[in-house]
Write a protein that binds this ligand. Structure first.
Ligand code: NAP
Ligand code: MG
Length: 482
């Protein structure tokens, strides 16, 4: 028996025009659920409902928004084990990773509950006699939120929470591959006390639901996280739309972890294992380029390989598992394609990369490490989005920094060193949005901005108080008191 989960449009749970099946990547015989697929007409209904709800919601009190966001936070946190299990089951990250992601979603809603109370403006003298000038922020309107499959509750949370906090109304489109966590979140949002139409869920494909959102003149803004290719299409559609939609894009990465001769070897290996392989390497902030200086190179590769041999790859829900399966067949095919590309380019597949058989049929891939790679190889330039990392040898710090910055992306970077001089220099000169010292490239706080440079991000930052740049529009009001 599989349940069919409905869409939420204008305050009603509605059937779709078809269903999408959510499969457990740890066991492809396990159907997590069937989810109603919205079509173009239903997406348009969701947009109309959000439009109708905007005038009242944008003028609601900070207290109303605080209460709703706080209720959402409390329910997510109180159900984090159950929701974390759902997440791990549908996406394939391990149970502790799934629970951690759910907890983070709850914390994000609590943060934005507080932000609803903190929104303020400015009032100042005019340069002209007697006039008053006020600067305030208002909600933007209907926002379309389009999310990827790899963080199926945290990314929706860090878009939905600020959207509601600042008085916007929402049409949320989760990734069709992994709609379960987004649906569970939608149920929680739906019972938070917000009026009908303020929040709408439309599960369905990017080419139908997503495309309708990015083209529709009543959608004021699009917040997108996903691949560069889709991001580019969204940017073009937003600029071409009659209302010149505001947009924000968070996309891929090819994040460098620099390991210097003076690094603590244990710290460096833990940073590499965590950054490259945890969450099956399916993180935009994954460390896919390990740039290692000559004096530590061989010791680092040996120690990392030993550590990789101890990683348990298995069903995401089993206890003690370090790495769950790849999310689906098509991502697995992509990972295998890049393993072949790397070998064909002359890199050494030093360890891993084998398909693994486990008790249940799933997409199990042994984490893979390439050595003898150069930064010009495709495996060092293109995002693979799987448990695959390459080691690039560098002569010294200066060369390592140059290689780290030589990429089309700029999301996260890290340096492992015990030298204050190199740590400080790297923080200043690394061309990425988030820089770490003696930490994995992945793993960030929820109360500070998240985002990158170059091909990784476009537009205002997400998360923390910086989120209001995207979810509000600034108004300057002049008064002549007479
Ligand atoms: P994707 O294929 O670009 O899809 C992302 C979302 O866009 C999905 O909901 C997708 O819908 C939708 N979409 C596809 N075509 C569309 C269109 N024409 N119009 C509107 N929406 C459309 O990315 P993904 O494979 O799900 O996710 C992996 C990517 O996300 C990686 O590149 C990763 O680096 C990136 N990512 C970035 C961050 C960050 O913050 N920088 C965080 C996590 C992931 P359907 O798939 O449902 O059809
Ligand atoms: Mg699935």
């Amino acid at each position: 028996m599989t349940a069919v989960f409905k869409n939420f449009i204008g305050g009603e749970w509605v059937d779709g025009t078809g269903v999408t099946r959510n499969i457990n990547p740890s066991n492809t015989n396990d159907v997590v659920g069937e989810y109603a697929k919205a079509d173009k007409a239903q997406t348009e209904k969701a947009i109309a409902a959000a439009k109708a709800a905007f005038p009242a919601w944008s003028r609601s009190t900070p207290q109303e928004r605080y209460d709703a966001l706080n209720r959402i936070s409390a329910e997510i946190l109180s159900r984090k084990e159950e929701l974390g299990r759902l997440l791990a089951r549908e996406e394939g990250k391990t149970l502790p990773e799934g629970i951690g992601e759910v907890a983070r979603a709850g914390q994000i809603f609590a943060f934005f509950a507080g932000e609803a109370l903190r929104l303020s403006g400015e009032k100042g003298p005019s340069v002209r006699p007697n006039l008053e000038v006020e600067i305030s922020r208002e909600g933007v309107g209907v926002v379309g939120l389009i999310t990827p499959w790899n963080f199926p509750i945290a990314i929706p949370a860090w878009k939905i929470a600020p959207a509601l906090c600042y008085g916007n109304t929402v049409v949320f489109k989760p990734a069709e591959l992994v709609p379960g966590s987004g649906h569970a979140l939608a149920e929680i949002v739906a019972r938070s006390g917000i009026p009908a139409g303020v929040f709408n869920l439309a599960v369905g494909s990017g080419s139908v639901v997503g495309q309708t959102l990015i083209e529709h003149p009543d959608v004021a803004a699009i917040s997108f996280t996903g691949s560069v290719a889709t991001g580019r299409k969204i940017a073009q559609a937003c600029v071409a739309s009659s209302n010149m939609k505001k947009f924000q894009l968070e996309m891929g990465g090819k994040n460098p972890l620099v390991v210097l001769d003076d690094a603590d070897l244990k710290v460096a290996v833990e940073c590499a294992v965590n950054g490259a392989y945890f969450s099956t390497g399916q993180r935009c902030t994954a460390s896919s380029r390990l740039i290692v200086t000559e004096g530590i190179h061989d010791r680092f590769v040996d120690a990392l390989t030993e550590r990789m041999k101890g990683l348990l790859v298995d069903d995401a829900l089993k206890s003690g598992v370090h790495v769950g399966p790849v999310v689906d067949q098509s991502q697995l095919d992509q990972d295998l394609r890049y393993l072949k590309i790397g070998k064909d380019e002359g890199a050494t597949l030093h360890w891993g990369g084998e398909l693994l058989n486990r008790e249940t049929p799933g997409f199990y891939l042994q984490p893979a490490l390439f050595t003898n790679t150069t930064n010009s190889m495709r495996i060092a330039r293109e995002e693979i989005f799987g448990p695959v990392a390459c080691v690039i040898r560098a002569k010294n710090y200066e060369e390592a920094l140059g290689i780290a910055n030589d990429t089309d992306f700029g999301l996260a970077s890290s340096v492992c060193t015990t030298s204050l001089k190199y740590a400080s220099h790297f923080k200043r000169n690394s061309e990425s949005g988030m820089v770490m010292v003696n930490l994995p490239t992945a793993g960030v706080d929820y109360h500070v901005p998240f985002g990158g440079r170059k091909g990784s991000s476009y537009g205002a930052r997400e998360q923390g108080s910086y989120a209001r740049e995207f979810y509000t529009t600034v108004k300057t009001a002049y008064t002549n008191p007479g």
